[in-house]
Design a protein around this ligand. Structure first.
Ligand code: MTE
Ligand code: MO
Length: 406
Protein backbone atom coordinates (compact mmCIF):
# COMPACT_ATOMS: atom_id res chain seq x y z
CA UNK A 1 0.00 0.00 0.00
CA UNK A 2 1.32 3.45 -0.79
CA UNK A 3 1.76 5.81 2.18
CA UNK A 4 -1.00 8.07 0.83
CA UNK A 5 -3.51 5.24 0.62
CA UNK A 6 -2.64 4.08 4.10
CA UNK A 7 -3.23 7.58 5.49
CA UNK A 8 -6.58 7.87 3.76
CA UNK A 9 -7.57 4.45 5.09
CA UNK A 10 -6.69 5.46 8.66
CA UNK A 11 -8.70 8.63 8.25
CA UNK A 12 -11.71 6.73 6.99
CA UNK A 13 -11.53 4.31 9.88
CA UNK A 14 -11.35 7.25 12.27
CA UNK A 15 -14.43 8.75 10.62
CA UNK A 16 -16.18 5.43 11.08
CA UNK A 17 -15.30 5.42 14.76
CA UNK A 18 -16.49 9.00 15.12
CA UNK A 19 -19.77 8.00 13.51
CA UNK A 20 -20.19 5.11 15.93
CA UNK A 21 -19.53 7.34 18.92
CA UNK A 22 -21.87 10.04 17.64
CA UNK A 23 -24.55 7.40 17.01
CA UNK A 24 -24.98 8.49 13.42
CA UNK A 25 -23.04 8.98 10.19
CA UNK A 26 -20.79 12.01 9.72
CA UNK A 27 -22.28 13.44 6.48
CA UNK A 28 -19.80 16.12 5.42
CA UNK A 29 -16.07 15.62 5.77
CA UNK A 30 -14.75 17.12 8.99
CA UNK A 31 -11.68 19.29 8.33
CA UNK A 32 -8.48 17.80 9.65
CA UNK A 33 -7.66 18.88 13.19
CA UNK A 34 -11.29 19.51 14.14
CA UNK A 35 -13.14 17.52 16.78
CA UNK A 36 -16.91 17.16 16.40
CA UNK A 37 -18.28 19.70 18.87
CA UNK A 38 -20.87 17.28 20.17
CA UNK A 39 -18.31 15.21 21.95
CA UNK A 40 -15.59 17.70 22.55
CA UNK A 41 -16.24 16.56 26.11
CA UNK A 42 -12.71 17.42 27.05
CA UNK A 43 -14.26 20.83 27.80
CA UNK A 44 -15.67 19.16 30.89
CA UNK A 45 -12.13 18.78 32.21
CA UNK A 46 -12.41 22.11 34.01
CA UNK A 47 -15.82 21.33 35.50
CA UNK A 48 -15.64 21.78 39.26
CA UNK A 49 -12.12 23.23 39.11
CA UNK A 50 -11.26 26.43 40.95
CA UNK A 51 -11.46 29.48 38.67
CA UNK A 52 -7.96 30.36 39.88
CA UNK A 53 -6.43 27.36 38.11
CA UNK A 54 -4.10 28.36 35.24
CA UNK A 55 -4.56 26.74 31.83
CA UNK A 56 -1.18 26.09 30.17
CA UNK A 57 -2.70 24.14 27.27
CA UNK A 58 -6.21 23.05 26.35
CA UNK A 59 -5.38 20.44 23.67
CA UNK A 60 -4.54 18.36 25.60
CA UNK A 61 -5.44 19.85 28.96
CA UNK A 62 -2.51 20.98 31.09
CA UNK A 63 -3.71 23.03 34.03
CA UNK A 64 -1.77 24.09 37.10
CA UNK A 65 -2.53 25.58 40.52
CA UNK A 66 -0.95 28.84 41.66
CA UNK A 67 1.10 28.10 44.80
CA UNK A 68 -1.32 29.77 47.23
CA UNK A 69 -4.11 27.50 46.00
CA UNK A 70 -2.20 24.45 47.27
CA UNK A 71 -2.54 25.54 50.90
CA UNK A 72 -4.75 22.59 51.96
CA UNK A 73 -3.07 19.77 53.88
CA UNK A 74 -4.64 17.29 51.42
CA UNK A 75 -5.16 18.56 47.87
CA UNK A 76 -8.88 18.72 46.99
CA UNK A 77 -9.98 17.79 43.46
CA UNK A 78 -10.78 21.36 42.49
CA UNK A 79 -7.20 22.46 43.11
CA UNK A 80 -5.41 19.46 41.60
CA UNK A 81 -3.34 20.03 38.47
CA UNK A 82 -4.29 18.25 35.24
CA UNK A 83 -1.74 16.78 32.88
CA UNK A 84 -3.22 14.94 29.92
CA UNK A 85 -1.21 13.67 26.98
CA UNK A 86 -4.31 12.76 25.00
CA UNK A 87 -8.09 12.98 25.17
CA UNK A 88 -10.13 11.89 28.20
CA UNK A 89 -11.99 8.62 27.36
CA UNK A 90 -15.36 9.50 25.87
CA UNK A 91 -17.25 6.51 27.17
CA UNK A 92 -16.50 4.96 30.53
CA UNK A 93 -18.30 1.68 31.16
CA UNK A 94 -17.80 1.25 34.90
CA UNK A 95 -19.82 -1.96 35.17
CA UNK A 96 -17.83 -3.58 32.38
CA UNK A 97 -14.47 -2.07 33.45
CA UNK A 98 -11.73 -4.64 33.93
CA UNK A 99 -8.09 -4.68 34.90
CA UNK A 100 -5.93 -7.19 33.02
CA UNK A 101 -2.57 -8.40 34.31
CA UNK A 102 -0.43 -9.83 31.53
CA UNK A 103 3.11 -9.66 30.15
CA UNK A 104 6.10 -11.94 29.55
CA UNK A 105 6.82 -12.17 33.28
CA UNK A 106 3.26 -12.84 34.49
CA UNK A 107 2.69 -16.49 35.54
CA UNK A 108 -0.91 -16.25 34.34
CA UNK A 109 -3.01 -13.67 32.57
CA UNK A 110 -5.68 -12.49 35.00
CA UNK A 111 -8.69 -10.24 34.55
CA UNK A 112 -10.39 -8.46 37.46
CA UNK A 113 -13.60 -6.47 37.59
CA UNK A 114 -13.74 -3.42 39.83
CA UNK A 115 -15.84 -5.50 42.22
CA UNK A 116 -13.16 -8.21 42.33
CA UNK A 117 -10.56 -5.60 43.27
CA UNK A 118 -12.78 -4.07 45.95
CA UNK A 119 -14.03 -7.33 47.48
CA UNK A 120 -11.25 -9.87 47.14
CA UNK A 121 -8.32 -7.75 48.32
CA UNK A 122 -7.57 -5.62 51.35
CA UNK A 123 -7.97 -1.87 50.70
CA UNK A 124 -5.37 0.67 51.81
CA UNK A 125 -5.43 4.47 51.99
CA UNK A 126 -2.33 6.66 51.62
CA UNK A 127 -1.60 10.32 51.01
CA UNK A 128 0.64 10.32 47.95
CA UNK A 129 2.63 13.13 46.35
CA UNK A 130 2.29 13.31 42.57
CA UNK A 131 4.48 15.82 40.78
CA UNK A 132 4.76 16.17 37.02
CA UNK A 133 8.32 15.57 35.83
CA UNK A 134 8.03 18.89 33.95
CA UNK A 135 6.93 20.93 36.97
CA UNK A 136 9.19 24.00 37.11
CA UNK A 137 10.07 23.83 33.40
CA UNK A 138 9.30 27.55 32.96
CA UNK A 139 12.32 28.29 35.14
CA UNK A 140 14.89 26.89 32.70
CA UNK A 141 17.03 29.09 30.48
CA UNK A 142 17.43 28.53 27.60
CA UNK A 143 13.77 27.55 27.61
CA UNK A 144 12.84 24.02 26.57
CA UNK A 145 9.86 22.75 24.58
CA UNK A 146 6.78 21.52 26.42
CA UNK A 147 4.18 22.90 28.79
CA UNK A 148 5.64 25.79 30.76
CA UNK A 149 4.79 24.64 34.29
CA UNK A 150 5.74 27.10 37.03
CA UNK A 151 5.22 25.55 40.49
CA UNK A 152 1.74 24.10 40.42
CA UNK A 153 2.17 20.65 38.82
CA UNK A 154 2.07 19.01 42.23
CA UNK A 155 -0.61 17.42 44.41
CA UNK A 156 -0.93 15.31 47.51
CA UNK A 157 -4.34 13.69 47.75
CA UNK A 158 -5.54 10.71 49.74
CA UNK A 159 -5.83 7.65 47.50
CA UNK A 160 -7.67 4.41 48.30
CA UNK A 161 -7.28 1.12 46.51
CA UNK A 162 -5.50 -2.20 46.59
CA UNK A 163 -1.79 -2.73 46.74
CA UNK A 164 -0.34 -3.23 43.28
CA UNK A 165 1.80 -5.93 44.90
CA UNK A 166 -1.24 -7.97 46.00
CA UNK A 167 -2.62 -8.01 42.46
CA UNK A 168 0.70 -8.78 40.79
CA UNK A 169 1.33 -11.61 43.27
CA UNK A 170 -2.17 -12.96 42.70
CA UNK A 171 -1.39 -13.25 38.97
CA UNK A 172 2.10 -14.55 39.77
CA UNK A 173 5.40 -12.78 39.13
CA UNK A 174 8.07 -14.77 37.31
CA UNK A 175 11.67 -14.59 38.55
CA UNK A 176 12.78 -12.71 35.45
CA UNK A 177 10.40 -9.76 36.06
CA UNK A 178 12.14 -6.40 35.68
CA UNK A 179 9.48 -3.75 35.17
CA UNK A 180 5.74 -3.14 35.03
CA UNK A 181 3.99 -1.04 32.38
CA UNK A 182 0.48 0.45 32.46
CA UNK A 183 -2.13 0.97 29.75
CA UNK A 184 -5.00 3.46 30.06
CA UNK A 185 -8.12 4.12 28.04
CA UNK A 186 -7.43 7.70 26.98
CA UNK A 187 -7.51 8.55 23.28
CA UNK A 188 -4.54 9.53 21.13
CA UNK A 189 -4.84 13.16 19.90
CA UNK A 190 -4.86 11.81 16.31
CA UNK A 191 -7.94 9.72 17.25
CA UNK A 192 -6.32 6.77 15.47
CA UNK A 193 -8.13 3.76 16.95
CA UNK A 194 -5.96 1.68 19.23
CA UNK A 195 -3.06 4.14 19.17
CA UNK A 196 -1.60 4.48 22.67
CA UNK A 197 -0.62 7.98 23.75
CA UNK A 198 1.31 7.14 26.92
CA UNK A 199 2.24 3.83 28.57
CA UNK A 200 4.89 4.13 31.23
CA UNK A 201 6.00 2.05 34.18
CA UNK A 202 8.46 1.48 37.00
CA UNK A 203 11.01 -1.17 38.04
CA UNK A 204 9.43 -4.14 39.81
CA UNK A 205 11.02 -3.02 43.12
CA UNK A 206 9.01 0.23 43.13
CA UNK A 207 5.88 -1.63 42.01
CA UNK A 208 6.11 -3.97 45.02
CA UNK A 209 6.32 -1.21 47.66
CA UNK A 210 3.53 -0.96 50.26
CA UNK A 211 2.37 2.46 49.04
CA UNK A 212 2.07 1.49 45.35
CA UNK A 213 -1.67 1.50 44.74
CA UNK A 214 -4.25 0.59 42.16
CA UNK A 215 -6.78 3.18 43.30
CA UNK A 216 -10.50 3.64 42.76
CA UNK A 217 -11.04 6.52 45.19
CA UNK A 218 -9.49 9.93 45.79
CA UNK A 219 -10.20 11.90 48.96
CA UNK A 220 -12.91 9.38 49.89
CA UNK A 221 -14.88 9.73 46.64
CA UNK A 222 -14.80 8.26 43.14
CA UNK A 223 -11.72 9.52 41.28
CA UNK A 224 -12.77 12.55 39.17
CA UNK A 225 -13.01 11.65 35.46
CA UNK A 226 -10.12 13.91 34.45
CA UNK A 227 -7.87 12.29 37.09
CA UNK A 228 -8.43 8.72 35.92
CA UNK A 229 -11.92 7.48 36.83
CA UNK A 230 -12.67 4.69 37.52
CA UNK A 231 -9.22 3.16 38.13
CA UNK A 232 -5.72 4.56 38.39
CA UNK A 233 -2.21 3.55 39.24
CA UNK A 234 -0.79 5.80 41.98
CA UNK A 235 2.96 5.65 42.60
CA UNK A 236 3.97 8.55 44.86
CA UNK A 237 7.35 10.27 44.78
CA UNK A 238 8.17 9.50 41.15
CA UNK A 239 7.32 11.60 38.09
CA UNK A 240 3.51 11.51 38.05
CA UNK A 241 3.66 10.22 34.46
CA UNK A 242 4.13 6.72 35.95
CA UNK A 243 0.72 6.98 37.67
CA UNK A 244 -1.45 5.77 34.79
CA UNK A 245 -5.00 7.13 34.60
CA UNK A 246 -8.06 5.23 33.24
CA UNK A 247 -6.08 2.06 33.95
CA UNK A 248 -7.13 -1.14 32.13
CA UNK A 249 -3.95 -3.24 31.86
CA UNK A 250 -0.69 -3.77 33.68
CA UNK A 251 2.01 -5.79 31.97
CA UNK A 252 4.73 -7.51 33.99
CA UNK A 253 7.75 -7.11 31.76
CA UNK A 254 11.01 -9.06 31.49
CA UNK A 255 12.76 -5.87 30.30
CA UNK A 256 12.45 -2.12 30.84
CA UNK A 257 8.93 -1.27 29.69
CA UNK A 258 8.98 0.17 26.17
CA UNK A 259 5.56 1.82 25.77
CA UNK A 260 5.11 5.33 24.30
CA UNK A 261 6.91 7.95 26.47
CA UNK A 262 9.30 5.35 27.93
CA UNK A 263 11.51 5.55 24.85
CA UNK A 264 13.37 8.43 23.19
CA UNK A 265 14.10 11.28 25.58
CA UNK A 266 10.70 11.43 27.31
CA UNK A 267 10.98 11.68 31.09
CA UNK A 268 14.74 11.29 30.85
CA UNK A 269 17.71 13.52 31.72
CA UNK A 270 21.34 13.38 30.55
CA UNK A 271 23.46 10.90 32.53
CA UNK A 272 26.28 13.46 32.70
CA UNK A 273 25.62 17.19 33.23
CA UNK A 274 25.47 19.16 29.99
CA UNK A 275 26.02 22.82 29.23
CA UNK A 276 22.66 24.62 28.96
CA UNK A 277 21.42 24.29 25.38
CA UNK A 278 23.34 21.08 24.62
CA UNK A 279 21.22 18.08 23.62
CA UNK A 280 23.25 14.85 23.75
CA UNK A 281 22.31 11.67 21.83
CA UNK A 282 19.59 9.36 23.17
CA UNK A 283 21.95 6.79 24.65
CA UNK A 284 23.32 9.47 26.97
CA UNK A 285 20.02 9.77 28.86
CA UNK A 286 18.64 7.99 31.93
CA UNK A 287 15.04 7.52 33.07
CA UNK A 288 13.97 9.85 35.92
CA UNK A 289 13.08 7.81 39.00
CA UNK A 290 12.59 9.37 42.47
CA UNK A 291 11.83 13.13 42.24
CA UNK A 292 14.21 15.63 43.90
CA UNK A 293 13.61 17.48 47.21
CA UNK A 294 11.29 20.48 46.82
CA UNK A 295 8.97 22.79 48.74
CA UNK A 296 6.26 25.40 48.33
CA UNK A 297 5.20 28.47 50.28
CA UNK A 298 1.41 28.23 50.18
CA UNK A 299 0.64 31.08 52.62
CA UNK A 300 0.69 34.00 52.19
CA UNK A 301 0.13 34.56 48.49
CA UNK A 302 3.01 36.34 46.76
CA UNK A 303 2.53 40.12 46.93
CA UNK A 304 1.25 40.10 50.52
CA UNK A 305 1.41 43.31 52.54
CA UNK A 306 2.26 43.35 56.25
CA UNK A 307 2.40 46.12 58.88
CA UNK A 308 5.87 46.75 60.34
CA UNK A 309 6.26 45.05 63.72
CA UNK A 310 3.77 42.28 62.89
CA UNK A 311 4.86 38.65 62.64
CA UNK A 312 4.28 36.90 59.33
CA UNK A 313 3.00 33.36 59.79
CA UNK A 314 4.18 31.40 56.78
CA UNK A 315 3.24 27.87 55.83
CA UNK A 316 3.68 25.34 53.07
CA UNK A 317 4.64 21.79 52.16
CA UNK A 318 7.87 19.96 51.35
CA UNK A 319 8.54 16.60 49.71
CA UNK A 320 11.54 14.59 48.52
CA UNK A 321 10.54 11.77 46.16
CA UNK A 322 11.19 8.40 47.85
CA UNK A 323 12.98 10.14 50.74
CA UNK A 324 11.82 12.20 53.68
CA UNK A 325 12.41 15.93 54.17
CA UNK A 326 14.51 16.48 57.29
CA UNK A 327 14.73 20.30 57.35
CA UNK A 328 12.98 23.36 55.97
CA UNK A 329 14.54 26.82 56.17
CA UNK A 330 13.37 30.33 55.34
CA UNK A 331 15.42 33.31 54.20
CA UNK A 332 14.33 36.95 53.81
CA UNK A 333 17.77 38.20 52.71
CA UNK A 334 18.40 36.15 49.56
CA UNK A 335 20.15 33.35 51.37
CA UNK A 336 22.59 35.32 53.56
CA UNK A 337 20.88 33.93 56.66
CA UNK A 338 18.41 31.09 57.11
CA UNK A 339 15.88 30.42 59.84
CA UNK A 340 14.58 26.93 60.60
CA UNK A 341 10.87 26.31 60.06
CA UNK A 342 8.89 23.84 62.11
CA UNK A 343 8.46 20.73 59.97
CA UNK A 344 5.95 17.91 60.52
CA UNK A 345 6.48 14.24 59.81
CA UNK A 346 4.59 12.92 56.76
CA UNK A 347 1.19 11.28 57.32
CA UNK A 348 2.70 8.20 55.70
CA UNK A 349 5.72 7.46 53.51
CA UNK A 350 5.55 9.39 50.18
CA UNK A 351 3.16 12.03 51.54
CA UNK A 352 4.24 15.66 51.55
CA UNK A 353 5.16 17.30 54.87
CA UNK A 354 3.70 20.51 56.27
CA UNK A 355 5.81 23.33 57.66
CA UNK A 356 5.19 26.64 59.42
CA UNK A 357 7.49 29.55 60.21
CA UNK A 358 7.20 32.90 61.94
CA UNK A 359 9.13 35.75 60.39
CA UNK A 360 9.80 39.34 61.55
CA UNK A 361 11.05 42.07 59.24
CA UNK A 362 13.58 44.73 60.36
CA UNK A 363 12.10 47.76 58.55
CA UNK A 364 9.59 48.88 55.94
CA UNK A 365 10.24 47.87 52.36
CA UNK A 366 10.25 45.10 49.77
CA UNK A 367 11.31 41.60 50.73
CA UNK A 368 11.40 38.16 49.19
CA UNK A 369 10.81 35.11 51.30
CA UNK A 370 12.59 31.99 50.07
CA UNK A 371 11.99 28.42 51.28
CA UNK A 372 14.61 25.68 51.07
CA UNK A 373 14.07 22.02 51.93
CA UNK A 374 16.77 19.43 52.67
CA UNK A 375 16.20 15.69 52.26
CA UNK A 376 17.24 12.85 54.58
CA UNK A 377 20.48 12.41 52.61
CA UNK A 378 21.49 16.04 53.18
CA UNK A 379 20.65 17.26 49.67
CA UNK A 380 19.03 20.72 49.50
CA UNK A 381 17.10 22.67 46.89
CA UNK A 382 19.31 24.99 44.83
CA UNK A 383 18.55 28.74 45.00
CA UNK A 384 19.53 29.11 41.35
CA UNK A 385 18.45 27.10 38.29
CA UNK A 386 19.46 23.46 38.80
CA UNK A 387 21.23 21.34 36.18
CA UNK A 388 19.71 22.32 32.84
CA UNK A 389 18.40 19.42 30.73
CA UNK A 390 17.02 19.39 27.17
CA UNK A 391 13.46 18.34 28.10
CA UNK A 392 13.20 20.73 31.04
CA UNK A 393 12.51 18.21 33.81
CA UNK A 394 12.97 18.19 37.61
CA UNK A 395 13.52 21.89 38.28
CA UNK A 396 13.52 21.93 42.08
CA UNK A 397 14.91 25.41 42.70
CA UNK A 398 13.60 27.29 45.76
CA UNK A 399 10.11 28.78 45.72
CA UNK A 400 9.96 32.47 46.63
CA UNK A 401 7.27 35.02 47.34
CA UNK A 402 7.25 38.81 47.49
CA UNK A 403 6.24 40.59 50.72
CA UNK A 404 5.83 44.33 51.27
CA UNK A 405 6.22 45.66 54.79
CA UNK A 406 4.45 49.00 55.29
N1 MTE B 1 -3.55 7.33 30.88
C1 MTE B 1 -2.83 8.41 31.19
N2 MTE B 1 -2.23 8.48 32.38
C2 MTE B 1 -1.50 9.57 32.71
C3 MTE B 1 -1.34 10.65 31.81
C4 MTE B 1 -2.00 10.57 30.55
O1 MTE B 1 -1.93 11.47 29.71
N3 MTE B 1 -2.74 9.42 30.29
N4 MTE B 1 -0.54 11.72 32.15
C5 MTE B 1 0.50 11.43 33.15
C6 MTE B 1 1.23 12.60 33.58
S1 MTE B 1 2.47 13.14 32.57
C7 MTE B 1 1.00 13.17 34.80
S2 MTE B 1 1.97 14.45 35.38
C8 MTE B 1 -0.12 12.72 35.66
C9 MTE B 1 -1.07 13.85 35.96
O2 MTE B 1 -2.08 13.44 36.81
P1 MTE B 1 -3.34 14.35 37.12
O3 MTE B 1 -3.82 14.94 35.81
O4 MTE B 1 -4.34 13.49 37.77
O5 MTE B 1 -2.87 15.45 38.05
O6 MTE B 1 -0.86 11.65 35.08
C10 MTE B 1 -0.09 10.72 34.35
N5 MTE B 1 -0.93 9.60 33.94
MO1 MO C 1 3.68 14.74 33.79
Amino acid sequence: MRENDRRRFIKQSVLGTLGTLLGTEVVFAIPEGYTPLLFDNDRDALKGKSTEMVVLNDRPWNVEAPAHLLDDAVTPAEKMFIRNNGIVPETIDVKGWTLTINGESAETKKVYTLDDLKKKFKPYTYQLTLECGGNGRAGYFPSTAGNQWTNGGISCAEWTGVRLRDILEDAGIKDDAVYIGYYGKDIHPSREPGKVVISRGVPIKKALEDESLIAWAMNGKDIPVVHGYPLRLVLGGWPASVSGKWLHTISIRNKVHDGPKMTGKSYKVPIHPVEPGVDPPEDQFRIIESMPVKSLITYPQTGATLDLGKTLNLRGHAWAGDLEVKQLEISIDFGATWQKASLKAPKNRLAWQHWTAEVKFPKQGYYEVWARATDSQGVSQPMVMPQWNPEGYINNSCHRIAVKVV
